[in-house]
Design a protein around this ligand. Structure first.
Ligand code: HEC
Length: 111
């Protein structure tokens, strides 16, 4: 229990430090760490098309669209196709919502 409490305390410090410079969005290292852990990077890279589109292209495409975050949260969770081509993204149903949110918010900061 003690270990868990101090883990949260440490996370709280990180968040507090991060939010001073970048409102909301995770740093590239945080977001790619989460993406690595959840298998997203098997199909995605930041700057290069792989199985799925380069995340930088995704960020460009949705730049300035207010509803993009909500749309992409659902898309990543449920999967889908035909936005970038006929190859489908499988559902990522086991990935934590908070992790998907962190990654989508990060992708939307890319230009
Ligand atoms: C098996 C390969 C694969 C994996 C794993 C994968 N993706 Fe994708 N992703 C794709 C493909 C293919 C597309 C393009 C789908 C389309 O054209 O609609 C895509 C599209 C996307 C898009 C853009 C969606 C849109 O509608 O414009 C985002 C954002 C995204 N992926 C994030 C993620 C995240 C976050 C993860 C990890 C939880 C992930 N992907 C895991 C293959 C994958």
């Amino acid at each position: 229990m003690k270990a868990i409490t101090s883990m949260f305390a440490a996370a709280g410090c990180l968040l507090a430090a991060g939010s001073a410079s970048v409102a909301m969005a995770a740093t590239e290292a945080e977001a790619t760490g989460i993406a690595q852990k959840n298998g997203c990077l098997a199909c995605h890279e930041l700057d290069k098309k792989k199985v799925g589109p380069a995340w930088r292209e995704v960020g460009k495409k949705y730049s300035g669209q207010a509803d993009a975050e909500d749309k992409l949260l659902v898309k990543v969770k449920k999967g889908g196709k035909d936005v970038w081509g006929p190859v489908p993204m499988p559902p990522n149903a086991t990935v934590k919502d908070a992790d998907i949110k962190t990654m989508v918010q990060f992708v939307l900061t890319l230009k």
